[in-house]
Design a protein around this ligand. Structure first.
Ligand code: NAD
Length: 504
């Protein structure tokens, strides 16, 4: 972490109660452009006082917002959708500038975020309960209604600085709750722009708030007695901590963690057709996606073809500033991340993996200060190696030769993580076995990045997800509401008669 020196860089503000306010933080952290090392802004590392103010504003806004009919609440999201759509290119450029992924990739991220806003526009249907006439007994009806709970908070990671916030708050707010977002302190600038657009929409003050910060702000959110629930995405260690702390403080929680996703390539896979999607799933966003594939389990004779074709395609990737045309892979998010990834590669080689392609020494003449790594392909990776076990979160893949589909599935299921797994095959039977037996939350069949769209849950299992209701879609609506059961009996009044003869 860099604690800032006095500088001209802009200090970001919090958005609380419909106003931009200075943080109470005593420390700030620099936000760098990872392609150039330029300081873009300073983020305040917010504290308990900032969180208290935001909770106060969100609590005060809750009763009136809850009383606003769902269809009226939805109209704010129609407006927001329109504004985000009009600014999609600007938002994508902000993502690339502070996070490093290529502009095309950032455009995809913006699209996926907007889709969640579109889904939240359907809240009147999504939030409907259900009822059963005579459900409890003769003449006694029973129904479930979904009600908002109050103030929720969301904590997001650096790798999708725009999209992941939209996995949560549009659903929470459309359901009638109020919300506090704490974006990643590594790249919070795009959320500043999003909140300027939120301000233009005109949500009532306090309905949606943002506090900048890191660990201290997270702890204040976890401990605050008036926050009802926490949505989190980040590394497994933090996810586990957030889930446990939220429970200890009486909150509901959904916490998505890290990953080590594998692709299985069967000997009958159509590599001509699918090499591009495999490559994108490994090296897109320089491997910094929770759905990035970092292990390729090659079954039998698939190994040689996969090795030669992946190495050939990876050697051709153009590395550089993600804002430039024709770039396939940008830098990683920080100098610290670059050094950590390089050390993980070194450790893998020391443990016996063969570096068929080694990206540790890449040099980009136009951007000598950037945090670049080239694509790395390690062969003969074994389950006992650290490069097999640990999430590297960089442009590094391990090739793991296996004898059969059964062995591949066994290896995947033995892993600590359970975010995603993909199979490439022309066999429906192999694909069905895979889908039935593999213990990950998201499965791809001839699909490299098995990323659920907004009206499906963004799943995850084992150490990749703590909780039961996932982000996005109907799961999110359930997470952000309480099921209330109403059991009703009416008896005939004076002069009324029961047609069914019941009710007394
Ligand atoms: P991170 O865990 O370092 O940070 C995530 C958030 O937690 C940030 O807002 C940060 O301020 C906060 N935080 C960090 N350390 C904390 C601590 N000790 N106490 C309290 N709060 C803390 O994660 P990251 O590096 O920003 O993101 C990358 C990770 O996120 C990877 O592991 C990736 O797999 C994972 N991820 C998972 C998914 C998914 O859907 N499962 C999606 C995206 C990213």
């Amino acid at each position: 972490m860099t604690i800032s020196q006095p500088t001209q860089a802009q200090v970001l503000h919090n958005y609380i109660g419909g106003k931009w306010v200075s943080s109470e933080a005593s420390e700030t952290q620099q936000i760098h452009n990872p392609a150039t090392d330029e300081v873009l802004a300073l983020v305040p590392l917010g504290n308990r006082h900032d969180i208290d103010k935001a909770v106060e504003a969100a609590s005060a806004a809750f009763p009136a917002w809850r009383a606003t009919p769902p269809q009226e609440r939805a109209r704010y999201f129609f407006k927001l959708r329109q504004l985000l759509d009009e600014h999609r290119e600007e938002l994508a450029r902000l993502i690339t500038t502070e996070m490093g992924k290529t502009l095309d990739d950032a455009r995809g991220e913006v699209q996926r975020g907007i889709e969640n806003v579109e889904t939240a526009c359907g809240i009147p249907s999504l939030m409907m309960g259900y009822s059963l006439e005579d459900g409890a007994a003769r003449g006694i009806d029973e129904e479930v209604i979904y009600q908002p709970l109050g103030v929720f908070a969301g904590i997001t990671p650096f790798n999708f600085p725009f999209m992941i916030a939209f996995w949560f708050w549009p659903y929470a707010v459309a359901c009638g709750n109020t919300f506090i977002l704490k974006p990643s302190e590594q790249d919070p600038i795009v959320q500043k722009r999003v909140f300027e657009l939120i301000e233009q929409v005109g949500f009532p003050a306090g309905v949606i708030n943002m506090v900048n910060g890191g660990k201290e702000a997270v702890n204040a959110l976890l401990e605050h007695p008036r926050i009802k629930g926490i949505s989190f995405v980040g590394s497994t260690r933090t996810a586990q901590y957030v889930y446990a702390q939220a429970a200890a403080h009486g909150k509901r929680a959904q916490a998505s963690g890290g990953a080590k996703n594998a692709i299985v390539v069967m000997p009958d896979a159509d590599l001509d057709m699918y090499l591009g999607t495999i490559m994108n799933s490994c090296f897109g966003a320089a491997g910094q996606r929770c759905l990035a594939n970092s292990l390729i389990l090659t079954v039998g004779s698939a190994h040689e073809a996969v090795r030669s074709r992946i190495v050939e395609a990876a050697s051709r990737l153009r590395i550089g500033n993600g804002l430039d045309k024709g770039i396939d892979m940008g830098p990683v998010v920080s100098a610290a991340a670059r050094d950590r990834i390089a050390s993980a590669i070194t450790r893998g080689i020391e443990e016996g993996a063969e570096a068929v392609l080694d990206g540790r020494q890449v040099h980009i003449p136009d951007h000598p200060q950037g945090y670049f790594l080239g694509p790395t392909v390690l062969d003969n990776v074994k389950p006992e190696m650290s490069v097999y076990q640990e999430e590297i979160f960089g442009p590094v893949i391990g090739l793991v030769p296996v004898a059969s589909l059964a062995e591949a599935i066994e290896l995947i299921n033995a892993k600590e993580y359970g975010n995603a797994a993909s199979i490439f095959t022309q066999s429906g039977f192999a694909a069905r076995e895979f889908r039935y037996r593999v213990e990950t939350g998201n499965i791809g069949i001839n699909v490299g990045v098995a990323a659920p769209v907004s009206y499906f849950p963004f799943s995850g299992a084992k150490s990749s997800f703590f909780g039961n209701l996932h982000p996005q879609g109907r799961d999110a609506v359930r997470f952000f509401t309480e099921s209330k059961v109403v059991i009703t009996r009416w008896t005939p009044g004076d002069g009324q008669q029961s047609i069914t003869g019941i009710g007394r």
